[in-house]
Design a protein around this ligand. Sequence first.
Ligand code: SF4
Length: 433
Amino acid sequence: MNPKDMSPPVVGCRDTPVLKQRGQREVFCGLTGIIWLHRKIQDAFFLVVGSRTCAHLLQSAAGVMIFAEPRFGTAILEESDLAGLNDAHAELDRVVEDLLARRPDIRQLFLVGSCPSEVIKLDLNRAAERMTQMYAPKVRVLEYSGSGIETTFTEGEDACLASMVPVLPETEARELMVVGALPDVVEDQMLSLLSDLGVGPVTVLPARNIDGKTAVGKNTVFALTQPFLGETFAALKRRGARHLPAPFPFGDEGTTAWLRTIATEFSVSDEVFDRVTEAPRRRARQAIRQAAAPLQGRSVFFFPDSQLEIPLARFLVRECGMSPLEIGSPYIHDTIHGPDLDLIPEGPEISEGQDVDLQLDRCRAAKPDLTVCGLGLANPLEAEDLPTKWAIELVFTPVHFYEQAGDLASLFARPLRRKSILTAHPNVGVAAE
Ligand code: SF4
């Protein structure tokens, strides 16, 4: 799509009645966020207080060998802990003491709650306060829940960042805070664009280490890079910071609109904005044009999973020529998701939450060309000849901002390409992507 064609639709989806579903859900738990957060926050350790199931989830999903000394681990609750026969707080104190003695590089320790620790009502908040007194100022101890009882998997990052907000230093400075864990290379691209625009000072949450300059106060404005940060959003507002509502920085249009919102806030001239963004926009449009050819005119159905569904649907509709049949999201937050909903022409079903059997029925009846869903639903749908894209891959792959826009379109194009190869050559094996 040319930039001149990118005017908002006459009627967007912000006011579309939302189909609210509260039934059986098929999602990973919030512990999953540790897999990208432990790489991002380089002086942190994530200690899950959970069961062997939690340990196996992390170990297999992260694919890190124990002897590599990863920056996460599990304090296993044994049956006697669950039965209340042991003093779980004393056990936890001992585990943490051993860990911090062995790993002097740890400056931030996150105690991460799980289903078992919530079921036995282990008060990790109290434990974190006690340990902060014991280990401050060398180590800061925080806690959050990654349990699967009420969460979708991206809420783990939200809960982690929200736990950091109350302990950020206070500042009076007028600063931009960019909120959301991005791969370092993508974060560097974003900081370079903001610097070229003359926007600053800029801080990020989460910072790569505790010595980062991230602080907050009533003169802080913040922009989210991830659409699943509702708790963090609320915590920052409680500290007096002001949110800059914008579409999320996916694709050319989303990235430009996100940057434009910040540029307007910091009084950047149109001339500077156009000069800084012109070349990367051109590269992004070219990359999308090449990658998105198989997507043109095809239909897409989103199951609620990563909470990225609404901005990704906007990207697929407006920059890749797809038509959405249903856009399901675990939660819809008007302030956070509204700017993207404004840009999606009315028409698709917008659904919040899940009743998985009913949604599968709608999906089968709609027969979409592409279904975006969690791992648990992908194989059954593939067996029914419905091509799928794993939603979790979109969180693990660098997809934000201009330079990744072509890769983002490619992620959606691959299943359709695979299907067309298999249809043309049914006896050829093609690895799943
Ligand atoms: S937190 Fe709950 S859902 Fe997640 S791995 Fe542990 S037991 Fe399973």
